[in-house]
Design a protein. Structure first.
Length: 299
């Protein structure tokens, strides 16, 4: 189709405010997605969502302790007769607070000054607010992220981390006039947990000719063990930098036994989550990522 010259259209759009409108539920969390992520309502499934999370394109539903609006109001110019002209739509901003400790802050800080993500808002009923594009697809509202200064408990007041989210100016037209609520029969988005970092600790000495290794897997920010990660195809052993299959995985109370090809003296060995080349293990609505440190095989 050829390009056309855009002419000024002084005709105002007519707003249809009559009829029945649904109220929105309270926001209970938010999803951060790579700005390139777009959902097609015709093809969206949990498998599509899992694939995006595995490729680190989506951070699952983040729950906050409290939140407040931090908006920048629209900018106006007034004429000598007092007539106002609206220059900008303003900027939608939030300040999200998290009542969590230093380990959470360490992970949150990785988002500081990020311009990578768009934000979806998750409602208490499981529906999600996003931007409806002209092609009918849905994406998040492009945003900039900033972390605030972490507070520690010096009084009885609540403390923790702060994440400030500013919508991009270009996202405001969607926020103000092209937003949409969506839901999915397969997924309760309130239960879509963010990727959990896990510690993968080798607990038995690596010795030549051994064909199995014991590993403890626990939450990276807590001593609690992680269970259920027993699909061999989702794990790999790295031998001198090269990935190899793990042929069997068993687990008891967070202690795993990996069965693999025989070890050879002086080789460098580590174990890592690796599902079809991606660093995230999918287990229903839970997601895990982690790898062990590299250790040398003794003679």
């Amino acid at each position: 189709m050829a390009l056309t010259i855009k002419k000024c259209n002084a005709e105002d759009q007519v707003s249809r405010l009559g009829g029945r409108f649904c109220d929105e539920d309270q926001v209970s969390g938010f999803i951060l997605a790579d700005r390139s992520v777009k959902f097609d309502s015709e093809t969206f499934t949990k498998t599509v969502l899992d694939d995006l999370i595995q490729r680190d394109k989506i951070i699952g539903t983040v729950k906050f302790f409290s939140a407040e609006d931090n908006d920048e109001e629209a900018n106006f110019t007034s004429s000598s007769t007092g007539k106002r002209s609206k220059n900008t739509l303003g900027i939608k901003r939030w300040k999200f607070m998290f009542n969590k400790g230093n380990c959470f802050q360490n992970q949150l800080q990785l988002l500081d000054k990020s311009e990578r993500y768009a934000i979806f808002l998750v409602m208490q009923d499981g529906s999600v607010l996003g931007a409806l594009l002209n092609d009918g697809k849905i994406k998040g509202f492009d945003a900039n992220l900033f972390t605030g200064i972490k507070k520690v408990k010096t009084t009885a007041e609540g403390v923790g981390s702060t994440l400030e989210v500013d919508l991009e100016p270009d996202a405001m037209k969607y926020w103000q006039g092209q937003s949409v609520l969506f839901e999915n029969d397969e997924i309760d988005f309130t239960q879509l947990n963010p990727v959990t970092g896990v510690s993968v600790d080798i607990t038995t000495p690596l010795v030549a000719a051994a064909t199995s290794t014991k590993v403890k897997i626990s939450n990276i920010c807590a001593s609690s063990v992680v269970t259920g990660l027993t699909t061999p195809a989702n794990w790999k052993m790295r031998r001198n930098g090269t990935l190899e299959a793990v042929t069997a995985v068993t687990e008891q109370n967070g202690e795993y036994t990996f069965t693999h090809a025989a070890l050879v003296a002086n080789q460098d060995i580590s174990f890592e989550i690796n599902e079809a080349g991606y660093p995230v293990y999918v287990l229903d609505t839970d997601y895990y990522a982690g790898k062990s440190i590299t250790e040398k095989v003794s003679a």
